[in-house]
Design a protein around this ligand. Structure first.
Ligand code: BG6
Length: 466
């Protein structure tokens, strides 16, 4: 390019967290347990009960975000803090906490971006079948309405469900899984259908109640590469793209099931049972933007069937393969993080282009970042230059995508502050702010600015110019 386009002047520079990974206070002030609290799916590492204790440190934390210059902060509401039983009786103290959090953000002119549901389904709902039970759709609708009623006067940006595609494809790694082990996959796609209906209802409700608010889905989207230029590998990559990415976004944006994904569901006998009117509900819920999380690309090749068709690819929590359709493959061209996740900044630009060309909606990145074993050095120094490199390379690619004509209005990397990783404990750190604790000892939970804190502060101050 002769000229690289600048970031828009109102670009939402920020960072992200989720309730169960950062808040702690897992059973305080009337909060009910969530599937995460009960699952113990990370038995070898510390649990999420204290996490970063943000529940008690939120003022100090938000002050630090303001010091970095955050324009936006993406957080999630813990459903079980609002409705300890998932539905029914409201917990006023839970409501109170989020009022305070939102007011605190606004006092620093930080735009709150609220995720309604980030993996932590109330356990009471899980006990009744979780998302396999259609009643969870009603519970979500009630919960959504409560959030709109209480916070809609101040929250303009809403995200429905975090990484619904990862919940379906890899739910066991976050403590949710199928209720019906015999028909596990079919049951998961039934859950998926219920989530799509719940999401569509929430989007329509948001527009009815809050005409000035904006709402969208927040899946994890990765570009899918073929393992070679062999036609069969390209076809496999195309199949996986539809099953992993577009199934979720086509339903959210067009209110339709992606035809390649649907053919896959039919072939496997996984098609969900629908109620009359479901497709109308899907079509009535329209997003205003697409939020998505990006960590890495994925590579797949042809699968001829058989046991060897499951293998690790791009990011290690994805074991990718579907005998006869696609098989996960390692991309030898990419470097890896300490945790074995492939690093692919150029893939970020590719996927920004792909999503925008397909849906023509404004995009916001709601997660992207590097998990690493940071070291706290003498004098409270954390020299996370590797994180700075990672983020710089990804921010450059956003700017190139903007130059390509993609409408991107915000970047909220993972994570604003250190928190407990989904399945790899608290020593896998992502934040700009170090939280002094380890897996087994919560220590003093002191907040320490990392090198990346000062670097990101400059990036925001000059609107990504350097
Ligand atoms: C995303 C999730 O899948 O990736 C986050 O939305 C999660 O909740 C993040 O923490 C990074 O994954 P992990 O397993 O390294 O924590």
């Amino acid at each position: 390019y002769d000229q690289i386009k600048p970031f828009p002047s109102k670009f939402l520079w920020g960072g992200s967290t989720s309730a169960y990974q950062v808040e702690g206070a897992w059973n305080e002030d009337g909060k009910g347990p969530s599937v995460i609290d009960m699952a113990n799916h990370v038995p070898e590492v510390t649990d999420f009960k204290v996490a970063s204790d943000h529940y008690h440190h939120y003022q100090e934390d938000i002050q630090l975000l303001a010091e970095m210059g955050f324009k936006a902060y993406r957080f999630s509401v813990s459903w079980a803090r609002i409705y300890p039983e998932g539905s029914g009786e409201l917990n006023q103290k839970g409501i109170q906490f989020y009022h305070q959090l939102i007011d605190e953000l606004l006092s620093y002119n930080i735009e709150p971006i609220l995720t309604m549901y980030h993996f932590d389904l109330p356990y009471a709902l899980e006990e009744q079948g979780g998302w396999s039970n259609r009643k969870t759709v009603d519970a979500f609708e009630q919960y959504a309405e409560t959030l709109f009623d209480h916070f809609g006067d101040r929250v303009k940006y809403w995200l429905t469900i975090n990484e619904q595609n990862m919940i379906i494809l890899h739910g066991s790694s976050i403590g949710t899984s199928s209720q019906d082990s015999e028909n596990q996959q079919q049951d998961l796609y039934q859950q998926n259908h219920h989530m799509l209906v719940a999401q569509a209802k929430a989007m329509a409700l948001c527009h009815r109640k809050l005409p000035n608010a904006k709402i969208g889905p927040a899946p994890n989207i990765a570009p899918i590469y073929p393992a070679s230029s062999k036609s069969e590998d390209i076809l496999a990559a195309n199949s996986y793209t539809n099953i992993r990415n577009w199934l979720y976004l086509d339903a959210a944006v067009y209110g339709q099931y992606n035809h390649v994904a649907w053919a896959y569901l039919e072939k496997k006998g996984y098609t969900p049972v629908m109620q009359e009117g479901d497709m109308r509900i899907l079509q009535a819920g329209k997003p205003d933007f697409i939020a998505f999380n990006y960590y890495t690309s994925q590579t797949v090749g042809e699968s001829t069937g058989g046991d060897m068709d499951y293998s690790h690819t791009g990011d290690q929590h994805e074991t990718v393969g579907e005998p006869g359709i696609y098989r996960g493959s390692v991309n030898e061209n990419l470097k890896k993080t300490e945790f074995g996740w492939e690093i692919d900044p150029v893939g970020f630009r590719t996927v920004l282009r792909e999503i925008y060309s397909r849906y023509h909606l404004p995009l916001i990145v709601t997660e992207n970042g590097l998990g690493a074993f940071d070291q706290l050095e003498e004098g409270d120094v954390v020299n996370d230059t590797y994180r700075i490199d990672y983020l710089r390379q990804h921010i450059e690619q956003i700017q190139l995508a903007i130059t390509d004509g993609v409408d991107v209005f915000g970047y909220c990397p993972w994570s604003a502050i250190d928190l407990v990783s989904t399945h790899q404990g608290s020593s896998k750190r992502y934040g700009f702010i170090y939280v002094n604790r380890d897996e087994f000892d919560v220590k003093d939970l002191r907040r320490i600015r990392k090198q990346s804190f000062y670097w990101y502060q400059k990036v925001i101050a000059n609107n990504g110019l350097e």
